[in-house]
Ligand binder design. Structure first.
Ligand SMILES: *[C@@H]1O[C@H](CO)[C@@H](O)[C@H](O)[C@H]1NC(C)=O
Length: 428
């Protein structure tokens, strides 16, 4: 009897050890939809003790709701090598790598570039084969040294902002060189892609070769603000009267029509809003006239967590009067599901969970590779908005629903069911 129990016990042990071997950590399948999150650090000029926000200070020992975290941004130096943004990166990298202990499937990438880095250094980096080869080699060593799983080329944008016409072809050469060097060691090569129609035409088109060479094209489907009127930054579709010049859905369709495979595309979602000052407190809709006095440059873009707190607590959003009580009015735009809110002559547009849900649903319906959040730290990670990362968590929930419900059934019918259950009405 005892021997029998012992045999069963040993058998169980063997089976368990086999399970662990055959699927090391039980990571999701390759085809599962991805959630990329940018962790944005302060850039080096602004960095001091007060503003540095380490990854551990926002995760509070929780598991982040992302499949990939991209640390943004590193820069380029004069020799075309990766430079770190500030002296505290070692602590940041350590914090991020530690997350893998809780979630061994989590991938962590480094992003090189960003708006402040500009375009010219990239443009000269990609001009010769030698410098491209050198960059690819150094990048591989950098990734191995710090333990990153890949690189994000965040060039804003080829051919523009000081770039030259050849950038378009040279950009593809850079991606190919990185891919051939990095994929052998299982490192990812992704790139952030501007999605306004001017970016698509001037910086990337034709796009097939670029998309094919990348592991993922991360679409920056945001920042569509109109500078001269009240506007929203990321309209998925048009609201009444065609008030937006471009929509995200139209531009993604354009990218798909360039023969980029949908599963390579990651749909970007911004977690910040933009503050405008109204000319008159009586005209408060989209396209309203702006006051001649500008909003302070440091207060134009505001993270969702600050908007959320201000609206919840009836407080001003301005950092100089953030203890002042105000009365907000909030409006939901009927088709894009984006929002705006205003009090007196202050006006702010943003996406909250409703827009996130329809955008994530759009990505699923178009069979894209997943969604991206710019940024992770713009979502809420304190108790004001109750849930931990409410925006990203909403996307994750919908993706999980899709994964479990639509896996073995007819995808179209299954998506229709989700659309109805969530009251989404996405007519595209
Ligand atoms: C904010 O204002 C609304 C409407 O006036 C009120 O119902 C709510 O209790 C206020 N919230 C706080 C936190 O003061």
């Amino acid at each position: 009897m005892k021997l029998e129990i012992l045999t069963i016990f040993v058998k169980i042990l063997i089976i368990c050890s086999l399970c662990v071997k055959c699927d090391e950590y039980n990571c999701p399948e390759e085809s599962q939809k991805k959630i990329f999150c940018y962790y944005k650090t302060t850039n080096h000029e602004l960095l001091n003790e007060v503003t540095h926000q380490s990854p551990s200070s926002i995760f509070h020992h929780n598991k982040p709701p992302c499949s990939h975290i991209i640390y943004a941004f590193a820069g380029l130096d004069m020799n075309g090598e990766i430079v770190l943004p500030h002296k505290k990166v070692n602590q940041d990298f350590h914090d991020l790598m530690k997350l893998k202990e809780k979630d061994p499937c989590l991938k962590i990438l480094i992003s090189v570039g960003g708006w402040d880095e500009g375009s010219e250094k990239f443009s000269s980096l990609v001009e010769t084969e030698d410098s491209v080869e050198n960059f690819a080699e150094k990048t591989l060593r950098f990734l191995i040294f710090y333990g990153f799983d890949g690189i994000d080329i965040h060039w804003m944008y080829p051919t523009m902002r000081g770039g030259i016409k050849d950038d378009r072809q040279n950009f593809v050469k850079l991606i190919k060189a990185l891919k051939s060097k990095l994929s052998r060691r299982n490192k990812l090569v992704v790139a952030a892609i501007g999605t306004k129609i001017s970016h698509i035409i001037e910086a990337y088109s034709p796009m097939k070769e670029l998309c094919d060479s990348l592991d993922y094209a991360i679409l920056m489907t945001y920042d569509y603000f109109d500078r001269s009127k009240t506007s929203i930054g990321a309209p998925l579709v048009n609201d009444d009267h065609h008030i937006y010049k471009e929509t995200l859905a139209e531009n993604v369709q354009r990218i798909l029509s360039e023969n980029c495979r949908p599963e390579k595309l990651i749909f970007g979602i911004s977690t910040y809003g933009k503050v405008f000052k109204l000319k008159r407190s009586t005209r408060t809709g989209i396209g309203a006239d702006l006051s001649d006095e500008d909003v302070d440059v440091n207060e134009q873009f505001v993270e969702y967590n600050k908007i959320c707190t201000a609206l919840k607590k009836n407080l001003s959003i301005s950092s100089s009067h953030n203890d002042k009580t105000v009365k907000w009015t909030t409006k939901l735009l009927p088709r894009s599901h984006s929002k705006y809110a205003y009090h007196d002559r202050t006006w702010v547009s943003y996406d909250d969970h409703e827009a996130i849900e329809i955008k994530t649903f759009y990505a699923l319906k178009k069979n894209l590779g997943g969604v991206m959040f710019y940024t992770l730290n713009g979502d809420s990670f304190n108790e004001d908005c109750k849930v931990y990362f409410p925006l990203i968590a909403r996307a994750k929930k919908l993706i999980e629903e899709f994964t479990t419900q639509c896996k073995n059934s007819h995808a179209e019918a299954c998506l229709k069911k989700i659309e109805q259950e969530h009251n989404l009405h996405l007519n595209i």
